[in-house]
Design a protein around this ligand. Structure first.
Ligand SMILES: N[C@@H](CCC(=O)N[C@@H](CS)C(=O)NCC(=O)O)C(=O)O
Length: 223
């Protein structure tokens, strides 16, 4: 039986979708939208207590935290090079990148709320937007710095599931922070977007529907 991924196109569920494609695992995608109330339906709430995607039905269970799902898939699916073994030199670094993707994602989520989801301008805070943009820019420096030794992916040994956690996250970050100051990160993002499994996963979930601009500038202070 194929895995069933409850997903919003262009959201964190893309991590799971992409990893399943990298692993060559069959997946059925059930689409949701962030603002249409579909995440509040009883069937979905019983699978994901925070009412968020991804939720993955797999191996007779439901998992609902993207980093945990990525690690679970790496641990339960054989024949891949997506995870350094426990005790190996790169294991700690891999785990750190896996979870650091959520540090970056949390900043994006705060900016999504301000720029996209608060319906009235008076609800938005230019101060919060400015602070969160700065914090996101600072968090991105770790990625640029890691890539400065010439490595192609987050681990020196090559592509891994840490890149799967980070990849979509950087794509979203580039809507709020200009990557001109992060040239290595921009090139890294292009490398991972060129992977056949990344493209196949995008085709499987369809176009994202909440960003309507490539880049969101900060509002004028006092506007
Ligand atoms: N830490 C969780 C975060 C899940 C999450 O916040 N997902 C977002 C999409 S990227 C969501 O479903 N948001 C819906 C909402 O906040 O109502 C994970 O990585 O799975």
């Amino acid at each position: 039986m194929s895995a069933v991924l409850h997903s919003i196109a262009g959201s964190r569920s893309f991590r799971v979708n992409w990893l399943l494609h990298e692993l060559g695992e069959a997946v059925e995608i059930v689409p949701y939208q962030i603002m249409d109330g579909s995440l509040q339906k009883p069937d979905f709430k019983s699978m994901s207590p925070a009412r968020r995607v991804p939720a993955l039905e797999i191996d007779g269970r439901v998992l609902y935290e993207s980093g945990a799902i990525v690690q679970y898939l790496c641990e339960t699916r054989g024949d891949h090079n997506l995870m350094p073994e426990v005790g190996s030199e790169e294991r700690a670094e891999w785990l750190q990148w896996l979870h650091y993707a959520e540090t970056i994602a949390a900043g994006i989520q705060n900016l999504n709320m301000q720029h996209l989801f608060l319906p009235k301008d008076w609800m938005k805070s230019p101060t919060v937007m400015g602070i969160e943009t700065k914090r996101l820019a600072i968090a991105l420096k770790a990625v640029e710095s890691a890539l400065s030794d010439g490595r192609e992916f987050l681990l020196v040994s090559g592509f891994s599931a840490a890149d799967v956690m980070m990849g979509f996250t950087l794509e979203s970050a580039s809507r709020y922070v200009r990557f001109d100051s992060y040239p290595l990160t921009a090139a890294y993002l292009r490398r991972i977007q060129a992977r056949p499994a990344y493209k196949a996963a995008q085709d499987a979930e369809g176009p994202q529907q909440f960003y309507t601009q490539d880049f969101y500038d900060l509002p004028e202070q006092g506007a």
